[in-house]
Design a binder for this molecule. Structure first.
Ligand code: NAD
Length: 735
């Protein structure tokens, strides 16, 4: 066999091993050539009477990461071109055929008459897992990193190569729907319990076990290709089906608010597909797949959550001329809430940490945080006590700045006070080597101002973490006026080392993420002051696709922090910079009522020791009359929350705070969960269209005030019919 991506080895028993091994890639992915190879291999295997059975495996530790999503982008581009060249009908017919090619190849494998056993070496996701589901048996290696799953829904798609049809014909319907809708990656034992894997064997016995199974006899006809096939959970139109589908629909709505075309398609494919024979079911799935692929949400999600996220993770913004840094030891100054967590994630990434605070007791307290987080992991069975001790051994807690003598990077996270920070910068710079980069984790103080305290401002940068540090995947790196390439490269190398995603922003009050999220929360405050029932504000935000309502978010971040920032802004920028209604509300909550948020168990909500949080009734009394919920325009509430946030992102672009739309989009989704279905703040505007977005802003400004006034950039884009991704194309081309 002459295959580009596979090798073929036939033994004297007539058992062949087809090994997937893409030479130029670290991981096997599905592109056009893989489908062609597989198709040719099946033809050759069927034509060769010597072949009795086939083991399909991978030469790599991972079986497959799934489809190469750039292939889907290419299909979209072909469709666009065909629309013009052939007209919409012919273009769609082509697109449908093209997008189902891979599904048909898997079906051909499944019905070719010879048994295929998948020998799964490790991670096996998406289209890769769909190939194995088409095989007649699946054996998994006991590789602890092995996961199988269909995570397509997470990038706005759904499994379109038979996954929505084979899974619910093999596993029970509840587990199937949950797996498909959540995009869960399952460990081998869970997949086996669901009947998706037949056997788990030691890694070095994988091929042997697959061949033994073939020798023992593997039926090359799938149960659903035989008469009288019974679905594991029974037919849809049955008493059992009635128990499943109505609640399944309700859960689907609760979890997605119907915002994701991919998730909706999963529900439709499974429901409709289980009512018909298998080949018709695959056709139904293919129809939905072609439909979903054309949705702007899918396009935007693939772009932000796969392509841009990947590019940023690989160092898209790293200055090319700076050699890679090797960070072995990092100094963290300030062992409080943030510093303690920064020390933890740094040690987790294998680096040594010097954790400094004002006295030994405070430094030790910061280190104890790592002890607690690791103990939680040990209790959950995710780490061993030895791993905990090894991690703790990496952290040296001390008040002595001299311990910074051999660190490769310093990050300060002391009090948000310019005088304290100035003193810390001086003391640290006196202790570190002259080549070491100094980073500040400040959330509100301009980095350029802080850098004035530094004797080497070109080596000064902002590395802004988000809380909780161990969970939040985004880090903003902030360029001050004089920050040099080496500082940026070091900061990006560090963020990569701790396996988080960096965006690079220029220095401004609130940087990028907090400016956007600040607007989101502020709009909610103003709504509360207008008499919109607070619970409605949070619920409509979730309907809009935000993971957390703004009032809940504010309770979690702390309301006193918001008031502090408001006061600082007023003092430094002037009273016109703050909204009096917002100030009134926060002052009342914090200073009069001591309602500082979840940490005090009282904020916008009351947090009882047992049971669910409920909106604090005193809010209603303070605001006065509440509007009748039935008279409130829900769409307008949703628009206000999303538009004020996206508008701030557009202002950040105009001011040069963000310079690449991919960073704005990824930052908004990872930083505060901006409606992921939209692809992020700028994709949200691009998909509405600048002209329509400006019209919406103008209408909101007329009704609610100047904060909705579109900026000059947006007006210009509206006049020219531009998009952010089109306008900022040079940056895009740099990828
Ligand atoms: P914190 O009050 O919990 O911790 C500050 C720590 O700094 C304390 O342990 C304090 O003892 C120590 N400290 C003060 N002066 C010091 C000195 N001279 N030398 C050594 N240690 C000193 O505060 P935090 O919430 O961890 O915030 C720290 C920084 O991180 C601030 O700049 C803040 O703006 C920023 N930040 C906070 C968040 C957040 O969610 N809290 C998020 C991003 C950034």
């Amino acid at each position: 066999m002459n295959l580009k991506n596979f090798t073929w080895d036939l033994d004297s028993d007539g058992l062949g091993v087809l090994t997937w091994d893409m030479k130029d890639k670290s991981m096997n992915v599905i592109d056009e050539s893989v489908g062609q190879d597989l198709n040719a291999a099946i033809d050759a295997i069927v034509a060769d009477p010597a072949v009795k059975g086939v083991v399909l495996t991978s030469a790599k530790d991972t079986f497959s990461g799934g489809a190469d999503l750039t292939m889907l982008e290419r299909m979209g581009a072909t469709l666009k071109a065909n629309f013009k060249a052939k007209g919409p009908d012919a273009a769609m017919v082509d697109f449908f055929e093209q997008t189902r090619q891979f599904s048909l190849v898997i079906r051909k494998l499944e019905t070719c008459g010879k048994p295929f056993v998948a020998a799964i070496t490790g991670m096996c996701l998406g289209g890769g897992f769909e190939i194995t589901l088409g095989c007649h048996a699946r054996i998994a290696s006991d590789n602890p990193k092995l996961r199988v799953g269909l995570p397509e829904v997470k990038v706005g798609l759904f499994p379109g190569a038979g996954g929505t049809q084979r899974v619910p014909r093999m596993a029970d319907i509840q587990s199937s729907l949950q797996m498909l809708l959540k995009g869960d990656q399952l460990k081998a034992d869970r997949a086996k319990a669901m009947n998706l894997i037949d056997e788990i064997v030691p890694a070095d016995k994988l091929i042997e076990a697959a061949k033994a199974r073939l020798k023992a006899g593997v039926d090359p006809v799938k149960p659903w290709d035989k008469p009288k096939f019974k679905q594991p959970s029974g037919p849809i139109y049955s008493a059992a089906g009635m128990m499943v589908w109505p609640p399944a629909n309700a859960i689907y709505r609760r979890e997605t608010y119907d915002n994701f075309p991919g998730a909706r398609a999963i529900m439709s494919c499974v429901y409709e597909g289980l009512l018909v024979p298998f080949d018709t079911a695959l056709k139904i799935e293919s129809r939905y797949f072609a439909h979903v692929l054309r949705q702007p949400q899918a396009h935007a999600m693939i772009r932000s959550l796969f392509l841009s996220l990947g590019a940023l993770g690989k160092g898209l913004r790293r200055p090319a001329g700076v050699p890679p840094t090797s960070l072995k030891k990092v100094g963290v100054i300030g062992a409080g809430f943030m510093g303690a967590s920064i020390a933890y994630v740094t040690a987790q990434a294998g680096m040594d940490v010097v954790l400094i605070d004002r006295d030994q007791e405070s430094a030790d307290k910061g280190k104890a945080h790592s002890h607690k987080l690791m103990t939680d992991q040990v209790n959950k069975g995710r780490a061993t006590s030895a791993q905990r001790e090894a991690l703790l051994a990496k952290i040296t807690a001390t008040p002595d700045y001299a311990a910074l003598a051999d660190v490769d990077l310093v990050i300060e996270a002391v009090f948000e006070d310019p005088a304290v920070k100035a003193e810390v910068i001086k003391k640290a710079e006196a202790a570190i080597r002259p080549d070491v980069i100094f980073a500040s984790n400040t959330s509100t103080l301009p980095i350029t101002g802080l850098a004035q305290n530094s004797v080497r401002p070109d080596q000064f940068i902002g590395i802004h973490f988000f809380s909780p540090v161990d969970k939040m995947m985004l880090v903003e790196t902030i360029m001050a006026e004089k920050t040099g390439d080496k500082a940026l490269a070091t900061a990006l190398d560090y963020v990569k080392a701790i396996r988080k995603t960096p965006i690079v922003v220029n220095d401004t009050r609130g940087f990028y993420v907090n400016r956007c999220v600040g607007n989101y929360i502020k709009e909610a405050h103003l709504m509360v002051m207008e008499g919109v029932p607070p619970i409605m504000v949070d619920n409509l935000a979730k309907q809009a696709g935000m993971p957390v309502g703004p009032l809940t978010l504010n309770d979690e971040v702390a309301i006193d922090l918001g008031l502090k920032i408001l006061k600082a802004t007023k003092a430094q920028v002037g009273s016109q910079a703050v909204d009096p209604q917002q100030e009134k509300l926060l002052t009342f909550l914090v200073e009069q009522e001591g309602r500082v948020g979840k940490k005090a168990k009282k904020g916008f909500y009351d947090y009882p020791d047992t049971g669910k949080k409920t909106i604090w009734p005193g809010l209603k009394t303070f605001v006065g009359t509440q509007q009748d919920p039935d008279t409130i325009d829900r769409q307008e509430i949703i628009d206000r929350l999303l538009i004020t946030t996206a508008l701030e992102a557009a202002r950040c672009v105009e001011e040069g705070v963000v310079t690449d739309p991919r960073e704005a989009d990824v930052g908004s989704i990872l930083g505060f969960g901006f409606a992921p279905w939209s692809g992020g703040t700028l994709s949200y505007i691009d998909n509405i269209g600048a002209k329509a977005f400006v019209a919406k802003c103008d209408a909101l400004a007329a009704k609610h005030g100047d904060r909705f006034a579109p900026n000059k950039l947006l007006r210009e884009m509206a006049a020219k019919g531009e998009t952010f991704y089109g306008r900022m194309a040079p940056q895009k081309a740099a990828a």
